[in-house]
Design a protein around this ligand. Structure first.
Ligand code: SF4
Length: 80
């Protein structure tokens, strides 16, 4: 199982995560931020707004890892 986290503060709404991993990532164009589908709000250590989701399936982990890899501001973390 891995934990996927999305910190909204530095998300620039570029859409790259949703382009490579639409199963888990969507865009909120009104907010100009990405949305981690079914993500639960979690209190981040350093303040700000963060969502997290637990993922177990290998393919789903890979999908989220790709999203993390293409994120220009590195606000997506895949924690093993
Ligand atoms: S790739 Fe990163 S910066 Fe771009 S929308 Fe997704 S989370 Fe935000």
């Amino acid at each position: 199982m891995v934990k996927v986290t999305h910190s909204l503060d530095n998300c620039i709404g570029c859409g790259s995560c949703a382009a490579v991993c639409p199963k888990f990532w969507d865009m909120d164009y009104e907010k100009g931020k990405a949305v981690l589908k079914d993500g639960k709000k979690s209190p981040p250590a350093g303040g700000g707004e963060e969502f997290e989701l637990e993922v177990t399936n290998e393919e789903d982990i890979k999908c989220n890892q790709e999203a993390a890899d293409v994120c220009p501001t590195q606000v997506i973390k895949v924690i093993k």
